[in-house]
Ligand binder design. Structure first.
Ligand code: ZN
Length: 261
């Protein structure tokens, strides 16, 4: 029986790595220091991410409805960051397209990039200190929707979602660890006074940088402070943001985000 349980667990873990958004292999053949050596798709792929957001439009865009719930994360530190897998416990998002059809994407995992990856207009004095990616997938496990949130650490604000996550992040690498406390993705989101996002079709921000993803990048930033950013960064050896091949994409739609209830 015990062997059967281990075998089942191995299958679950294999499934996790198989569907991973950013690959889960430890001690990989690529790193963030030598991004010039990443595959060409990362540097000049037609739909590559991240993008520099400049001009906007409102034509033909979908709407996203956030329906996340708290979950016990299964965490994995792959030496470039920690992923918090929801294993179907974290709720979902519903995307309603311009033709009226809607589709549900279940939260697969969330992770952070320090510093942020998307940039805005070149007008900011610096890149955002951190970016959250909430990776969602359809029932078939193929199509993916990424909800991206940039953080502002210029205040003393304490982000309640980060307060839940920072104490449980594993420093031990290359191992799945299940948390005994819940995290609530809704607590990570920006102030709901302005719930809109930029929408575009993009790609993975790690090798092999494959495309076919839909990105919803929140217009508003989530508030935090430098100590909380350090709390997330302490489990990675250095910066883990893709800074090469940032794409200029004029005319990004700004679309409504329906608040979590
Ligand atoms: Zn990411």
């Amino acid at each position: 029986m015990r062997r059967l349980i281990f075998a089942s667990l191995a299958l679950v873990f294999a499934a996790c790595s198989h569907v991973a958004y950013h690959d889960d292999s430890c001690r990989p053949t690529w790193n963030y220091e030598q991004q010039v050596e990443w595959p060409d798709a990362c540097k000049d792929g037609p739909d590559r991410s991240p993008i520099n957001i400049s001009t906007t439009t409102s034509a033909g865009a979908p709407q996203i409805d956030i329906q996340y719930t708290s979950f016990f994360p299964q965490m994995y530190n792959n030496e470039r960051g920690v992923k918090l897998y929801a294993n179907n416990g974290g709720g979902s998002v519903r995307v309603t397209y311009a033709n009226g059809q809607s589709k549900v994407f279940t939260l697969q995992e969330l992770h952070f990039h320090v510093p942020g990856e998307h940039t805005f207009d070149g007008a900011l004095p610096r890149r955002a200190p951190m970016e959250l990616h909430l990776v969602n997938q359809d029932a078939a496990g193929n199509a993916k929707v990424v909800v991206a949130i940039l953080f502002d650490d210029t205040t003393t604000a304490v982000n309640p979602g980060l307060s839940e996550i920072i104490p449980i992040l594993p420093t031990q690498t290359c191992r799945y660890i299940t948390s005994s406390t819940r995290v609530n993705p809704v607590k990570l989101l920006p102030d709901p006074s302005e719930y809109r996002s930029y929408y575009y079709n993009g790609a993975l921000t790690t090798p092999p940088c494959g495309g076919g993803l839909e990105f919803f990048v929140f217009v508003s930033r989530a508030m935090t402070n430098p100590t909380q950013i350090q709390g997330i960064a302490r489990v990675t050896p250095g910066p883990n943001a893709k800074t090469i091949g940032v794409r200029e994409l004029p005319g990004i739609p700004v679309v409504p985000v329906v608040r979590p209830r």
